[in-house]
Design a binder for this molecule. Structure first.
Ligand SMILES: Nc1ncnc2c1ncn2[C@@H]1O[C@H](COP(=O)(O)OP(=O)(O)O)[C@@H](O)[C@H]1O
Ligand SMILES: [Mg+2]
Length: 264
């Protein structure tokens, strides 16, 4: 089976007034169909750049991005995205916000069908009864739930999440982590999650990729071999504590605060 997301030796630099800014350097990673990959790395190392390359919003200077066995050469409607700031439109209701991607990728779908799909997702994330509200009438956690519905409404193959839980308080964040597992059980997608929260990466992903400092390359890959939904308590088990310590170590190496090999 081929991997659904394949990043092959991607190198990219931004052209700035001060010259080229190398951001990604020969970065490779792959995610199997239905997999959940978390990407962690120092601030400014190129994580959001990587998401734009996968979505086909930008193209790398060298290397290739493949989705579903096809090279990415243009933006894809088979990708759904959610960000730290949910960017919902205030002049639309929650239901109308969630429907938006369908208006773009499936303009001929009957309105009733679009609405039914959006309502189904909103119910799944606990927002039944809030369909007619405006974004400002919802809490931050509820807005992020609605934003997740919007990113999934057109049944994308690939879900890209760029720090979507970063601005939420700790308890709301844990609720949304559990919701992600539930959504994953109900909706088939392959996920790539950017996060700076190591606990979040271990709780949600089955593969955690640590990127080096800028220009970023794949520094370390941790497998989390736990299929299916996980109780939040798993984070306090010895195995998770060990994984978290390994990841913290790798982040310190990526930040240049620690040598890769410490003499015995
Ligand atoms: N459009 C752009 N033009 C020039 N530099 C950019 C642009 N976008 C991002 N950068 C720079 O590239 C580096 C990586 O950015 P980004 O991918 O957003 O990092 P991360 O998401 O890991 O924090 C940063 O130094 C950032 O300032
Ligand atoms: Mg970013």
């Amino acid at each position: 089976m081929t991997d659904l997301i394949e990043i092959k030796g991607v190198t990219h630099a931004y052209k700035t007034a001060a010259g080229a800014l190398p951001v990604l350097d020969d970065l490779s990673l792959s995610v199997p169909e239905g997999g959940f990959c978390a990407v962690v790395g120092p601030s400014g190392c190129g994580k959001s750049t990587l998401t734009r390359l996968i979505a086909g919003l930008m193209f790398p200077d060298a290397g290739e991005v493949w989705l579903h066995g096809e090279r990415v050469r243009s933006p894809r409607s088979t990708v759904g995205m959610a960000f730290q700031n949910p960017v919902l439109l205030e002049w639309r209701t929650i239901l109308q916000n969630v429907i938006l991607p369908l208006e773009i990728v499936a303009p001929r779908m009957p309105k009733a069908k679009k609405e039914a799909r959006a309502r189904e997702l909103l119910a799944m994330v606990g927002l039944e009864g809030f369909e007619g509200k405006r974004p400002s009438e919802l809490s931050g956690g509820m807005r992020q739930r609605a934003s997740l519905c919007r990113s999934l409404v057109h049944k994308p193959d690939v879900l890209i999440l760029d720090e979507p839980f970063g601005a939420l308080d700790a308890f709301t964040r844990e609720d949304l982590w559990q919701l992600m597992h539930q959504l994953r059980a109900e909706e088939p997608f392959t996920a790539l999650l950017i996060t700076h929260d190591l606990r979040e990466s271990v709780y949600l992903a089955d593969q955690v990729v640590v990127l080096s400092g800028r220009p970023a390359t794949t520094q370390f890959v941790l497998d989390v071999p736990l299929p299916g939904p996980r109780p939040i308590e798993m984070l306090y088990q010895p195995q998770s504590v060990e994984w978290l310590a390994t990841l913290r170590d790798q982040i310190e190496i990526a930040q240049g605060r620690k040598d890769e090999k410490i003499p015995a």
